[in-house]
Design a protein around this ligand. Structure first.
Ligand SMILES: *[C@@H]1O[C@H](CO)[C@@H](O)[C@H](O)[C@H]1NC(C)=O
Ligand SMILES: *[C@@H]1O[C@H](CO)[C@@H](O)[C@H](O)[C@H]1NC(C)=O
Length: 167
């Protein structure tokens, strides 16, 4: 006859097995969700654009960030981290990426938004390369699941250009 301890142990093992299977199914079902997020970022204004004392260019801009990231949310989504970055090339680096704004989206209800904001983080070049500089704005997201692997992706918006002169 099995002891009580043995049966409790067997029950716990069974429960853990079920849990593991459910977690695997949860992250597996996520791979069948093909999200179709949309985003648009507009530069509403260049507030100022100048060269700092020690020679680095800095620009301040007002952005209109609109996005619909609702399709990223499934029942397995804990939260989504999102950030907007300016990306441009310089002779020294083929990719300069500067984060301008970020946020955490806690739920699907908050995943469709339009924000009118000046850049939350400073847009400073490692030099004076920004005059008339073409740049892209990218909206990146990191989906943090309740169980399974995190996944990331982005939308690239092209064709922005900084002014030719400081102002
Ligand atoms: C921001 O962009 C959204 C979507 O294009 C638009 O509906 C909204 O009116 C814009 N807001 C401003 C302040 O331009
Ligand atoms: C902007 O993005 C496009 C498409 O991904 C890329 O070909 C181009 O090199 C990028 N431009 C800059 C300035 O990074």
């Amino acid at each position: 006859m099995h002891s009580f301890g043995y049966r409790a142990n067997a029950l716990a093992t069974f429960a853990i097995t079920i849990l593991v299977i459910m977690c695997a199914m949860a992250s597996f079902s996520d791979t069948f969700n093909t999200p179709s997020p949309t985003a648009s970022v507009k530069v509403l204004n260049i507030n100022w654009f100048q060269k700092q004392l020690h020679g680095n260019d800095e620009v301040s801009m007002t952005l209109n960030i609109s996005a619909d990231l609702q399709s990223l949310f499934t029942w397995n989504t804990k939260q989504v981290f999102v950030f907007v970055a300016a990306e441009y090339e310089t002779p020294k680096n083929s990719l300069n990426q500067i984060s301008l704004w970020d946020g955490i989206i806690p739920s699907k209800e908050n995943a469709k938004f339009s924000i009118h904001t000046s850049n939350k983080y400073r847009f400073i070049d490692q030099g004076s390369n920004l005059k008339g500089k073409e740049f892209n704005l990218t909206l990146h997201w990191h989906v943090m699941p309740k169980t399974g692997k995190m996944f990331t992706n982005k939308i690239v918006m092209t064709g922005y250009r900084l002014p030719e002169d400081y102002r």
